[in-house]
Design a protein around this ligand. Structure first.
Ligand code: NAD
Ligand code: UD1
Length: 325
């Protein structure tokens, strides 16, 4: 049986492919992995890197998930049992400049994928959602809280979640894990795969890393007047390999889920910008020059997960879970 991974040559997708090959094989479930990616934000170079790490090959198909015929052909060609759906655009700022691109790619792409899955009676899905759907709720954030979004990127994640909940309500054969990621960071310990954003990074960790290697002169710390430990923003940074292993666990536990279940993937701990800078400095022994600048529009003071459900569902229990309301 094959596992389809959309967006599998991207940052989180590539780490997940590696963890599925390593962990799932050691637990006796071998998957034939089929990656579909349009390479809009990644490169096929990562396929060789995955092979170097795992000694296994994957099937790669260059296609756009919005292309119904291409997706249908793929499902005709391969005996797909389940899908992990990473493919999507993810830049918050760009989503406000090009909202139609984001609604088309993320929402229409997902609807196209779901229609093809339904046609081929493939009803197991792990979806990449985001903590951004919690809007300005107070942390720790748990899955029963209300959801809202403040930018088109966040809206696409929220709309897709609603589509998934409605779909699962309409047909109880679906098992969907809707994983709400907090802040993924880091890279595989081999150094062969990692995050390599084009242009100037928006996110904190890649920015700090580029200051550390001298590619960028200094970090701008967006605000030091928040009500936090040192006045700078607090986030829940989760290592990308832990996040990837969360997908393996979700896949292995899909049969416990009837319907669609939202699950946080975070550590449950918050870390401030200055704590990150100081730790990075200490470990890398590199200076990280920074300057405090005004707050970034749309930023919240503190965002971190309540990670109990992931522990309960993905790590510990035999409990069964049904649809979220
Ligand atoms: P990424 O850009 O590295 O990976 C996404 C991959 O999808 C890329 O390889 C890109 O080429 C591909 N893609 C985009 N649109 C496509 C389409 N229409 N058809 C086929 N392939 C397409 O991003 P990532 O950080 O690995 O994120 C993966 C998923 O996780 C995304 O859906 C993102 O919104 C979500 N997410 C990411 C973060 C984060 O901080 N990285 C946080 C929360 C949620
Ligand atoms: C951002 C996105 C969010 C996305 C997440 C992970 C926004 C509003 N939100 O979240 O939707 O899911 O990335 O990709 O863009 N910081 C600095 N200087 C910098 C960069 C960041 O001080 O140059 C601070 C920020 O103010 C924040 C923290 O570092 O307090 C983390 O920022 P970032 O990495 O951009 O992630 P989020 O803002 O949490």
């Amino acid at each position: 049986m094959s596992l389809l991974i959309t967006g599998g040559t991207g940052y989180i997708g590539s780490h997940t492919v590696v963890e599925i090959q390593m962990l799932a094989a050691s637990e006796g479930k071998e998957w034939d992995i089929v990656i579909v990616d349009d390479l809009s934000n990644s490169s096929t170079k990562v396929l060789d890197r995955i092979k170097q790490i795992t000694s296994k090959s994957v099937t790669f198909i260059k296609a756009d998930v919005c292309d119904y015929d291409a997706m249908n052909t793929l499902f005709e060609q391969y005996d797909i049992e389940a899908v992990i759906h990473f493919a999507g655009h993810k830049a918050v700022g760009e989503s406000s400049e090009k909202p139609l691109n984001y609604y088309h790619n993320n929402v229409s792409g997902t609807v196209t994928l779901l229609r093809v899955m339904e046609l081929h009676k493939v009803k197991k899905l792990v979806f990449s959602s985001s903590a951004t759907v919690y809007g300005d709720n107070i942390s720790p954030l748990n899955e029963t809280m209300s959801t809202s979004a403040t930018n088109p990127y966040g809206q696409t994640k929220l709309m897709i979640e609603h589509i998934l909940f409605d779909l699962a309500k309409s047909d109880s054969d679906w098992s969907i894990a809707c994983l709400r990621y907090f802040n993924p960071i880091g890279a595989h310990h081999s150094g062969l795969i990692g995050e390599n954003p084009n242009g100037i990074p928006n996110n904190l960790l890649p920015y700090v890393a580029q200051v550390a290697v001298g590619r960028l002169a200094q970090l701008q710390v967006f605000g030091d007047d928040y009500d936090t430990v040192d006045g700078t923003g607090v986030r829940d940074y989760i290592h990308v390999v832990d996040l990837a292993q969360g997908h393996v666990k979700a896949l292995q536990n899909l049969d416990k889920i009837t319907g669609c279940k939202a699950i946080n993937l975070g550590t449950g701990n918050g870390t401030s910008v200055l704590e990150i800078v100081n730790t990075f400095k200490e470990i890398s022994q590199q200076d990280i020059p920074y300057k405090i600048v005004p707050r970034r529009l749309g930023d919240l003071a503190t965002v971190y997960a309540n990670a109990d459900l992931a522990n309960e569902l993905l790590v510990e229990s035999n409990k069964k879970f049904t649809n979220d309301d």
